[in-house]
Design a protein around this ligand. Structure first.
Ligand code: ZN
Ligand code: ZN
Length: 343
């Protein structure tokens, strides 16, 4: 697959195809092929946040008082998130170079930066609650824990295939893997942290998780738009085999996420695993809809765990600071007109 040329005076400013197309390389937000990308760009900027600005002193005290199972699950989930976001930073960088569309390349740059911020937040949380030595150990879990290894390898193999060999078909596979990572693979973990927050525990961490979820929602929107446009630009990819691949791969991911929920959350009070299983399928359906495809799971049309959602900025700002330990600083507001929170 050809890389976007840095400088191409012969090509039009508006891209002709998202990959393997023609594009001069200049970025003019008022002259792009997919105009709604400008709106997304602005939303991504408004969502900017920095981990260090979230106070963690109360979390540090509370962590010591969590029961051992909650501590174990807390640590292994932070470890999972750290691996997912590390892979994601590399992957978005890979994809970015092959877009033959300046606006998609530009948005990838911002998404990549946000993944780095997510990674920093995990180091930041851990440095607030455990020793340096333990932090290093937690960042090693992914190499040995068999359940963690299986679910991470599932995505890593698809991403690696694209890194090793770039063509529209491996790009297609990679888009599906991306939507799984950003749109399905975080959700048992979000459930765990928000469940703690429902008991007023580890609120600084949950605020961070909330910002991360908000970012991931936008990333899903972006890659789903890319996925749909890919099928328009490369109709041959819209084949029976590829559609079957999407459903098969998403179903494997759903099973892995359910396994993870059983592995980590079975002893956690307040989380009903049957409900969570339905929630994961409900979420997978939402991702399929976003990709312009039919739902795969029946009987899960109602969100049975509505509390798994980012705290809204209004809620964060109107809540007493000692409750969320939030700084009064107002991060960009995401409202009906500029947000995609309901994706
Ligand atoms: Zn992320
Ligand atoms: Zn992301």
């Amino acid at each position: 697959m050809k890389l976007q040329q840095i400088f191409n005076t012969e090509a039009p400013n508006q891209s002709t195809r998202i990959i393997e197309g023609e594009c001069s390389g200049i970025l003019n937000w008022n002259d792009i092929r997919m105009p709604h990308m400008y709106k997304l760009y602005k939303v991504l900027l408004l969502n900017h946040w920095i981990a260090d600005e979230i106070p963690m002193s109360k979390d540090a005290q509370q962590f010591a008082r969590l029961d051992p199972e909650e501590q174990r699950v807390f640590k292994i989930n932070i470890s999972l998130l750290a691996v997912l976001d590390s892979m994601q930073t590399m992957f978005v960088g890979d994809v970015k170079r092959y877009f033959t569309d300046s606006s998609l390349e530009a948005i990838s740059a911002i998404i990549g930066q946000q993944e780095v911020v997510h990674n920093q937040s995990y180091s930041y949380v851990l440095s607030s609650i455990v020793s340096d030595q333990e932090q290093k150990e937690i960042f090693e879990y992914w190499k040995k824990d068999p359940v963690l290894l299986e679910r991470n390898r599932f995505i890593a193999d698809i991403y690696q295939s694209f890194r090793d060999e770039q063509n529209p078909q491996t790009f297609f596979h990679a888009m599906v893997a991306d939507l799984i990572l950003e749109g399905i693979f975080f959700y048992s973990t979000f459930a765990f942290f928000y469940n703690l927050a429902r008991d007023q525990k580890m609120m600084g961490t949950s605020q961070m998780i909330s910002y991360i979820q908000r970012d991931e929602n936008q990333h899903c929107y972006f890659f789903a738009e890319v996925f749909k446009q890919l099928l328009v630009d490369f109709p041959e990819l819209n084949s029976k085999e590829n559609i079957a691949y999407v459903y098969r791969t998403i179903d494997e991911a759903v099973q892995l996420e359910i396994n993870w929920a059983h592995y980590t959350l079975s002893q956690i009070a307040g989380i009903d695993l049957n409900e969570l299983e339905n929630y994961i399928k409900y979420t997978a359906n939402k991702r399929l809809t976003l990709m312009g495809m039919d739902k795969a799971y029946v009987g899960v049309d109602v969100n049975c765990m509505p509390w798994i959602k980012p705290f809204s900025d209004d809620a964060l700002n109107s809540t007493k600071t000692d409750f969320f330990e939030a700084k009064s600083r107002n991060y960009g507001k995401v409202g009906d007109d500029n947000g995609f929170d309901d994706l």
